[in-house]
Ligand binder design. Structure first.
Ligand code: NAP
Length: 487
């Protein structure tokens, strides 16, 4: 096997727009720079699509829909399986590319490549299990045939924090169900998606089924597509404010929508918790992806009897982490994605400290190049600190205490978000009672990670609608039709 170098990986990525099976330049030749967040250096330039390019991409998806919906489920399944095998075989390439454009360490990128590829394997297995129902109406006069059909052309908008997996989690079920698509990756991390699109082409995906547009002016180029009557579905992963705006746009054509939005995850540690497990879980829930995950633990609520010990142990672990470029040996934490993100983390931390919080470790941005921030633990965080309400999206762990289960549940639910909550206890009854009371789409019990391709990922309240993965994932790309038959 040829050795994988930064240069060879960047060179191998297609840089154009994928429309109707062809790679092409943007109308007018516009280019968009992709930076390395660890150094600020430009890694590559990719095409900067115009509204006209995006319309042509939708034309291609619409033209391909009829035939694609009629392909054999087994063929779609085999294609996904082949893509899974290919991503796995090229895991090092994808991991290096992801680390360069997004910043996370190579070990974390390898984890995302495995996780992202798994959606293709999972949905290759789901593609051949789409089924319906046959029943007799209660009055006995009519037969009811219920069938599932692909929703139709779908627009997919994905974020920068998981550049591969947030794409495969949508593309996998769409291919399995028989939908065509236009994908718009985040402007800061388009390379992983472009590499994936090239791989799917190599695996034999027919022209027009998957079209990819990259752009520096997302709002202006996406809105006309969302309002286009030929589009049938919008699936979005990103921030809640953008999701809200897109849902409004999607209401014009009454699109099917799936929204995977922001989070504000509570992490509850009860008095009877195994503290070793709780600290391990906290490290994972807080530091996975540099804290830049929708599932990141945002608020730690620890029983007052164990709060001091938990906080000290967490601070010792966080303080021992080494930051640096994710490609370098021995690095545990990469940079934040950009200056704006780092400023937001610093502002939330300053606000908490001004309102009485104590810094147990960290507490400072790190001098550049790159957008690094010290892993930080805050104790004595007050109820009015902004960190209680806002997604931190960085390596800061604010700790507060509680005294009763009721108080823990009330604090955990006191947010507009509802993506994921974590709880640590040895008491099964407490684990189940609290899980039931938490207003969240997902709960991690004695574990700091919930992402699993076999499980329905998604949130309630301002964290979104719809589920990705699990048996539910493919339903988001299927319509139900019922045929009434008089015999
Ligand atoms: P973002 O700013 O909302 O951007 C997400 C995507 O939407 C990007 O592709 C972005 O393109 C595009 N976009 C931005 N404004 C748009 C507009 N007006 N019209 C159409 N598209 C637009 O979010 P982000 O900062 O990339 O990602 C972080 C957020 O995603 C966090 O809130 C996180 O919690 C959430 N997230 C949720 C999940 C989940 O499954 N629930 C998973 C991962 C992340 P540009 O790159 O060009 O701005």
């Amino acid at each position: 096997m040829e050795s994988v170098t930064e240069q060879s990986v960047i060179e191998s990525v297609p840089k154009g727009l994928l429309i109707g099976g062809e790679w092409r330049d943007a109308d007018g030749g516009g280019k968009l720079a992709v930076d390395d967040p660890a150094t600020g250096a430009v890694l590559a330039y990719v095409a900067d699509a115009s509204p006209g390019d995006c319309r042509t991409a939708l034309d291609a998806a619409v033209a391909a829909q009829h035939d694609w919906a009629r392909t054999a489920p087994r063929d779609r399944a085999e294609l996904l399986r082949a893509a899974y095998e290919q991503i796995t075989a090229r895991a090092e390439e994808f991991a290096l590319l992801m680390t360069m454009e997004m910043g996370k360490t190579l070990a974390e990128s390898r984890g995302e490549v495995a996780y992202g590829a798994e959606f293709f394997r999972w949905f290759s297995e789901e593609a051949v299990r789409i089924s319906g129902r046959w029943s007799t109406a209660p009055n006995g006069a009519t037969r009811l045939l219920t069938m599932k059909q692909p929703v139709g052309p779908t627009l997919m908008i994905t974020p920068w924090n998981f550049p591969l997996a947030m794409g495969t989690r949508k593309i996998g079920p769409a291919i399995a169900a028989g939908c065509t698509m236009v994908v718009k990756p985040a402007s800061q991390t388009p390379l992983s998606m472009l590499a994936l699109a090239g791989l799917l082409q190599d695996c034999g995906l027919p022209p027009g089924v998957l079209n990819v547009v990259t752009t520096s002016h997302s709002g202006a180029v996406m809105e006309p597509l969302i309002r286009d009557p030929r589009l049938r579905k919008l699936t979005f992963t990103g921030s809640t404010p953008v999701g809200r705006a897109l849902m409004e746009q999607a209401s014009e054509q009454i699109l099917r929508v799936s929204m995977e939005l922001g989070g504000n995850a509570p992490f509850l540690v009860f008095a009877d918790a195994d503290l070793d497990k709780a600290v391990d879980g906290a490290m994972l829930a807080k530091m996975r992806n540099i804290g830049e995950a929708c599932t990141a633990a945002n608020r730690f609520y620890v029983h007052e009897s164990v709060a001091a010990e938990f906080s000290q142990r967490l601070a010792a672990r966080m303080g021992a982490l080494r930051w640096g470029r994710g490609t370098d040996d021995g690095v545990d934490v990469g940079p934040l994605i950009d200056e704006k993100s780092r400023e937001k983390v610093a502002a939330l931390l300053d606000d908490a400290v001004a309102k009485g919080a104590t810094v147990l470790t960290g507490g400072q941005p790190v001098e550049g190049p790159g957008w690094f921030f010290q892993p930080t633990v805050l104790a004595d965080v007050s109820a009015d600190a902004d960190v209680n309400r806002e997604e931190i999206f960085g390596p800061v762990a604010p700790v507060r205490t509680f005294s009763t289960d009721e108080e823990a549940i009330r604090l955990a639910n006191d947010t507009e978000y509802g993506l994921v909550a974590y709880l640590f206890t040895r008491d099964l009854t407490r684990a189940l009672t609290v899980s039931e009371a938490l207003e969240y789409g997902m709960v991690g019990v004695n574990q700091g990670i919930v992402s699993n391709p076999a499980a329905p990922f998604g949130g309630v309240k301002a964290s979104g609608v719809g589920r990705e993965g699990g048996a539910e994932g493919i339903e988001e790309y299927l319509e139900t039709k019922y045929v009434g038959i008089a015999l």
